[in-house]
Design a protein around this ligand. Sequence first.
Ligand code: SAH
Length: 224
Amino acid sequence: MVRDVVKPDQIQGIGMTSARTRDRLVSRLREQGIQSNDVLQQIRRVPRHLFVDEALASRAYEDTALPIGLGQTISQPFIVARMTEALLSGFDGENILEIGTGCGYQTAVLAPLVKKIFTVERIPDLLRKTKRRLRQLEIHNVQYRLGDGWAGWRKYGPYDGIIVAAAADELPRTLLEQLAPGGRLVIPVGPSGRQELNVVIHQADHFERNTLGAVSFVPLVKGT
Ligand code: SAH
């Protein structure tokens, strides 16, 4: 049987996708305040050029969001690093819910750092391609669901962490309900042009809400 995996030299990259180019990105993220070595190592390891169209591969290690078709984008590496770091800080849990799988870049960065990811995406075509891509990269601790992220994924909750890659106009109550005690929800909240990254911690008797600054995400669409 031929195994459907990406060849090591494709993952490694050459020229604008090589180790040196990736090291430059990692240094930049470190300068901008990303401290977690686990997260930085993942940014170095994950072949972001395999998550974008071949025509954009030479720009894959720029710290910028890029179009991936169907009106969606691959998130900016700094934001992925920042959100992953915020999610995992003080973390000893294992189950993560991700809303907005998209091309799966955030999923790939997070996967080796946690036990299991449950990820929800509303666009069928995107989800199908992403499943295949992550399988080719030998990422196997992810379970996929086509559906509306506003509803979360109750079956496997509560979750130690929930990470949302699209902006909600308010904190989704259903997601708060699926957050385990001590768990964290990392989510952009607000209308276009005025979004802020929120980190909500499920404390014993309340939800503690902190903000990490302005961000720019596609909207978390209501309904599928
Ligand atoms: N995580 C991706 C970025 C995803 S962009 C990365 O690492 O690059 C945001 C994604 O959220 C898009 O794919 C969009 O289709 C999806 N999305 C928007 N609203 C949604 C909803 N209500 N439920 C599930 N997915 C949603």
